[in-house]
Write a protein that binds this ligand. Structure first.
Ligand SMILES: Cc1cc2nc3c(=O)[nH]c(=O)nc-3n(C[C@H](O)[C@H](O)[C@H](O)COP(=O)(O)OP(=O)(O)OC[C@H]3O[C@@H](n4cnc5c(N)ncnc54)[C@H](O)[C@@H]3O)c2cc1C
Length: 431
């Protein structure tokens, strides 16, 4: 399709993270003219654990992104969890809807791969262009495009203000959601929020076949010292390094006042020796960022603007995973947009566009409502401790918990665990 008179594209996508890249890829495949504006220049970093669960891998497969082991895409086969004096390894479940392996890939690499994939599908990706605000219709307030400025090598905005026009705009700009905010779509302070820090170490176990999580962090010898708030992870990247981080989950977006960098330094002094997470092996910076969860910014569609991924608060409160949901929401947004733009009349287009929030609510709303209850529960350390101590040694229970926490269950044709989780998500009101 050709963009209409006066428009630079059929759709403008703000941000080329996993959400923006997936949106752009699927839109371009339908023949629409897509313009992606990304403030960074690839390869660029993004603070993340770099972990891809089977759900995220399924999205990569759908997009047609090759992940050969010969290119360093090492697979992991499950989750190793430490807590309450126990250590348990549970393989990823065998499911119909997704593969039984995960991946871990630095975001420096993953995001460039996805953005190049979207460009190869036909999207125009402009790097080093920061969107500064919406262009709105003077009477209706509907978005008609965006203003932007070039970003120089030092990360500063430079040059004159640029204007790009399109009938529809997707905010895939991540947790800051500046465009959505400037359209009046505010964050809901009563939804869960995570904060996490992460860094990299060289490690002899850089190709460990399991993802590792630590449900308890100690300020000395495990079991004989004090427990600190938060949960930790070590994800092997297969390139000589591992991604190590810790985070906390709150049931609301109010600040936790935790000293994450201090906690991390203490944990590292007491971390499992076999990973060799020593100061000599430390590479890269320790950086922190927020994880917006459980649809903390809504509506996901209004006045020509759709929210995808973190901008719409789509990180799972169960495990802090957001890449899979960014890609999934991008796929759904692209489908809805292509249906809308194929219709001649404005009211018909709006009818199609208004299905986007409803589809998201149907796919993820009930699951996130359960996740909000989970966030309230584990916010209380005594409950968390009881669950870890008594739950971890029970293998069947842990298989169930892993399916629930990693969104690793079949919505159709699953086993009794899948059917139970699906029933729970259907019973929970999507809000
Ligand atoms: C410490 C930490 C660990 C995490 N670990 C994991 C994990 O292991 N697995 C997982 O699945 N998820 C993890 N997450 C969550 C995950 O990082 C996000 O959910 C995911 O990146 C969301 O993708 P996105 O495309 O919505 O946004 P982003 O990845 O944030 O991409 C947004 C893009 O928009 C660009 N942008 C922003 N503003 C503008 C603008 N004004 N103009 C132009 N471009 C703009 C940015 O440069 C960026 O490229 C973690 C998060 C944190 C903070």
């Amino acid at each position: 399709m050709r963009a209409g008179a006066g428009a630079d594209a059929d759709v403008i996508v703000v941000g080329a993270g996993p959400g923006g890249a997936a949106t752009a890829h699927y839109l371009a495949q339908t023949g629409l003219e897509v313009l992606v504006l990304e403030k960074g220049t690839f390869p660029r970093d993004k603070v993340c654990g770099d972990g891809l669960t089977p759900r995220a891998v399924a999205e990569l497969i759908r997009m047609g992104v090759p992940t050969p082991e010969s290119d360093g895409w090492i697979r992991n086969w499950g989750l190793r969890t430490y807590g309450g004096g126990h250590r348990i390894e549970i393989p990823w479940p065998e499911l119909a809807e997704m593969p039984s392996y995960g991946l871990a890939r630095s975001r420096m690499n993953l995001d460039e791969t996805l953005a190049r994939h979207a460009a190869a599908s036909g999207a125009t990706v402009m790097e080093g262009v920061a969107v500064t605000g919406p262009v709105r219709h003077e009477r209706s307030g509907r978005i008609q495009g965006v203003t932007a400025r070039q970003v120089d090598a030092g990360g500063r905005k430079s040059g004159e203000e640029l204007t790009f026009r399109a009938p529809l705009v997707v905010d895939a700009g991540g947790v800051s959601a500046r465009l959505a905010t400037s359209m009046g779509i505010e964050k809901n302070m009563n939804r869960p929020m995570g904060v996490a820090v992460r860094t990299y170490f060289r490690s002899p176990r850089h190709d460990d076949p399991m993802m590792e999580s630590h449900l308890e962090l100690w300020d000395g010898k495990p079991g004989e010292s004090n427990l600190m708030p938060g949960y930790g992870w070590v994800f092997a990247l297969g390139d000589g390094t591992v991604n190590v981080g810790l985070g906390s989950l709150s049931a609301t977006a109010r600040p936790t006042k935790l000293d994450y960098k201090g906690l991390f330094a203490t944990w590292m002094r007491n971390a499992p020796a076999e990973w060799e997470l020593t100061p000599e092996n430390h590479v890269g910076e320790l950086r922190s960022a927020a994880l917006p969860m459980a649809f903390n910014r809504k509506p996901h569609y209004t006045q020509g603007l759709l929210l995808v991924g973190d901008s719409g608060g789509m990180v799972s409160p169960f495990n802090g995973e957001g890449i899979a949901y960014a890609m999934q929401s991008g796929r759904i947004a692209a489908d809805v947009i292509s249906q809308a733009l194929a219709r001649p009349a404005h009211y018909q287009q709006e009818k199609a566009l208004r299905t986007y929030p409803r589809i998201l609510a149907h796919e993820l709303g009930g699951y996130y409502t359960l996740g909000r209850a989970f966030a309230h529960l584990i916010e209380r350390p005594e409950i968390m401790r009881l669950c870890v101590k008594h739950g971890l040694p029970r293998r069947t229970l842990m298989r169930f918990v892993m399916k629930l926490l990693s969104d690793g269950f079949d919505r159709r044709d699953g086993d009794w665990m899948d059917r139970l989780i699906t029933a729970l998500t259907r019973m929970a009101p999507a809000s």
